[in-house]
Design a binder for this molecule. Sequence first.
Ligand code: ASP
Length: 292
Amino acid sequence: MAVHGGAFAIPSDEIDAHRKGCRRALEAGQRILADGGSSLDAVQAAVTVLEDDETFDAGRGSFLNEVGAVELDAGVMDGRDLRTGSVAAVQRIRNPVLLARQVLESPHAVLVGEGAQRFAITQGITPCRSEDLISDRERIRWEQRGDGSDPNWARALFGDTVGAVALDGAGDLAAATSTGGSPGKPQGRVGDSPFVGAGLYADNAAGAVSTTGHGELIIPLVWAKSAVDVMGAGSAAQEGADRAMLILERLGARAGLITLDVKGRVGVAWNTPRMAFALQGLDDYDCSDGPR
Ligand code: ASP
């Protein structure tokens, strides 16, 4: 199993919180797997921990959009049967990954906006108050630079999204990704994170991936699926991650990803100043300096 907490210029004084958050999330997922649970439940549990941790741009603590609201995107995918569930531009949902999971279990693949919120209520997910998702850090950030009109400011912050990939004892792979998107984003803007193929992908025959970074550039590269295809052609997870970085060059995208192959090997790569991640088996809970 592997989890990530975003690839971007993580400030030095936030490294520890990113490390600890990723470790806690990995441990939550590992507990599910150790008890014989499914990879889908494991990635859901890990991402829930990250959404609840206001260190990250997911759930509480997410960036605010141009009007000062939190709008969330999340997706989950089951590599066994390629079932997917995504939600986008949802408000007042504390854990969008849980809602995405309910979508996966439904006849639908994607629900957005108010309809997704109504669906949540039918699934017993009670909407929280808007302010429950807003951390002091993000309120202050928005008050200072709220409209996102300085593209350099927004770009420097891209990449605090969270995600997880897991393989269970039955040989089933799963992936999940969750985000509050980019700072000061327009209302209704959706990045790569909830899009199957861009922000996440899982296929028992090939591998599982969760991505983070500049969504507008990750989408056209169909980056998560491209990385899974590299593993499907025989590359191990780390090689898959490294080769996926080459795909970014065409658009000059800044991003990172975690990979998991069918043998349970994990990989990570990024071209941003830092990336937060935790990898099972490598005792490598990290928030490393420099692209790898
Ligand atoms: N990929 C996310 C988005 O574009 C941002 C991130 O990874 O932090 O919405």
